[in-house]
Write a new protein. Structure first.
Length: 552
């Protein structure tokens, strides 16, 4: 008993308890990351395509083609016998979730089947997956391809089908490039011309020479626009030239224009190297393409771009304001009751729910400041708002306000670690107070400043609630950066990885199809945050090495 009390007093059990808590936390985080990674990355693997000989509940037999998603054990009670729960383990069955594709034909692309109803299942080599622009994937068999008026089938037809898809993909890339660079530029200039004409009317319209110039400019832009439209129509016709004939498991045949086909493959014939190549190509497509099909298909590049740009803008805003506020409180302000109240207030602001900041940003930044900017500088565009609606700039400012307390507190802690002797020595050598602060104190406190910025970036990148009020959208028609002056369009709405996860995971009309994309997007968001933090940590470590001699 005496030995036990001594053992408790020396703190050994608490050390082990803390070590166990840390180990458990690390294991939980690692397990969560592994789960997200497995669920997300497995979506891009080319799973086998099965052909099931299945007996329906009414005794009829049918053929089902699809990919196995998961299986589960279902137990049931007999209500006529008054059972509330299964009385025996045998009172149940195993059911399998099959992705059957062909949503346009069957009305859905998933179905449950009972395992005891499967008479046989096989993986025929001729089964194909056709990824389409709309209606999800098609599962079935390739029949023939009509290429330049010539119908080909068999192995020659399959080879011609792959070549025709590549040709159609290049044409669609050319169409997208033309729409983005040429048509987008013309539309932007037409809108500027319209606003200039409206501005002229609002100013009284007493400048006929200017009005004539604007009309000539508009006529030239419209001619260029219609010429581009004719080229787009021609390219679209070339992309639709070839067609493919496909057959479902029950023998129904459909024809698709190749402009509706994204990709195709035969998963049951792919080698290990072929599957690996397909896996990485799909990940690349996911990272570089735009979403489609209510965000349940396609890529996620606009959300990646919007998240990174928003976080960088937020960091540019929050860093100087946070550092200036912390320097004033620590180095210039008198240390009295007022400064203590300010510090307490700043610390409490870090615990305010993020949605409150979103409401503040909507009311102050968007409606008040943005509305004022519209009336002062964009009156010609009213009643359509320019800055008086949610956008990239207001979202960045809102998150800067949200993370400002973190930067202030971390910077103050970094400044407090600098010995007073460093300040006195600098002043004794003849430096002014500003020179001491700028050349000695702030460089030595920079690791603490960067630490606060790291915490701010980590929090801002994962916030969703305030962004829903101040600029983020389900699908942004264009990126906030393009080739039109001023190149970075802060007033535009944008996509965000956190909101994309919310939308895909909770708001998708096709829940089963969206689940893997929600996991993949979550893994990507974690990766983006880690990369941003690693850059900041590398900067902090280099600064620590530089000033380690001064900080001791």
């Amino acid at each position: 008993m005496k030995g036990t009390r001594k053992w408790l007093r020396n703190g050994t059990p608490f050390i082990w308890l803390n070590a166990a808590a840390v180990s458990l936390s690390i294991l939980m985080v690692a397990g969560l990351l592994l789960l997200i990674g497995w669920k997300g990355l497995s979506h891009f693997w080319p799973h086998a395509l099965y052909e099931f000989d299945y007996v329906e509940a009414d005794g009829s037999r049918t053929v089902i083609v699809g990919q196995v998603r998961r299986s589960e054990q279902v137990q049931y009670a007999d209500p006529e016998a008054g059972e509330e729960a299964p009385s025996e383990p045998s009172r149940g069955f195993t059911r399998i979730l099959i992705e059957t594709g062909n949503r346009d034909l069957a009305g859905g692309d998933f179905r449950w089947i009972r395992a005891d109803g499967v008479r046989s299942r096989a993986t025929p080599a001729d089964l194909v997956v056709v990824e389409r622009q709309e209606w999800g994937n098609f599962f079935g068999r390739f029949v023939a391809v009509d290429r330049a008026g010539e119908r080909l089938s068999g192995d020659a037809g399959w080879t011609a089908f792959l070549e025709a898809i590549e040709r159609s993909r290049k044409l669609q890339d050319e169409i997208a490039e033309l729409q983005r660079k040429v048509v987008g530029r013309i539309n932007y200039q037409l809108e500027k011309n319209r606003l200039a004409q409206r501005r002229l009317v609002l100013d009284g319209g007493h400048d006929p020479d200017r009005a004539r110039e604007l009309e000539i400019e508009r006529a030239a832009l419209e001619r260029e626009y219609w010429a581009s439209e004719e080229l787009l129509v021609d390219l679209a016709g070339q992309a639709r030239r070839d067609r493919v004939v496909l057959e479902t498991a029950d023998g129904e045949r459909i024809e698709l224009g190749l402009d509706a086909v994204v990709d195709t493959w035969r998963p049951n014939t792919l080698s290990a190297i072929g599957k690996l190549g397909h896996f990485f190509s799909k990940i690349g497509y996911f990272l570089s393409a735009e979403p489609r099909e209510a965000n349940t298909q396609g890529g996620i590049f606009p959300a990646i771009f919007g998240t990174v740009v928003m976080v960088l803008l937020m960091a540019v805003v929050v860093a100087p304001f946070g550092v200036v506020a912390a320097v004033y409180l620590s180095e210039y302000a008198r240390q009295n009751a007022v400064t203590r109240i300010i510090r307490i207030t700043v610390s409490n602001l870090a615990g305010v729910p993020s949605i409150v900041y979103g409401v503040f940003g909507l009311g102050v930044f968007v409606y008040t400041i943005g509305g004022g900017i519209d009336h002062l500088f964009f009156e010609a565009a009213l009643p359509a708002p320019t800055f008086g609606t949610g956008g990239l700039f207001w979202a960045s400012l809102t998150l800067a306000l949200l993370t400002l307390p973190v930067v202030i507190v971390s910077t103050e802690e970094g400044l407090a670690r600098i010995p007073r002797s460093m300040r006195e020595g600098s002043l004794a050598l003849g430096a002014t107070r500003w020179e001491t602060l700028w050349r000695t104190i702030i460089p030595m406190a920079s690791p603490g400043i960067i630490t606060g910025l790291i915490l701010a970036v980590a929090r801002a990148a994962g916030e969703v609630a305030p962004l829903m009020l101040v600029g983020v959208v389900k699908l942004a028609p264009s990126l906030p950066i393009d080739g039109n002056f001023p190149y970075l369009h802060l007033e535009r709405k944008f996509m965000h990885l956190g909101f994309h996860i919310y939308d895909v995971g909770l708001q998708s009309p096709n829940v089963e199809a969206a689940k893997p994309l929600a996991f993949a997007t979550a893994l990507l968001l974690i990766t983006v945050v880690l990369l941003l933090n690693l850059v900041a940590i590398n900067v902090r470590n280099s600064l620590q090495k530089k000033f380690i001699g001064l900080d001791t």
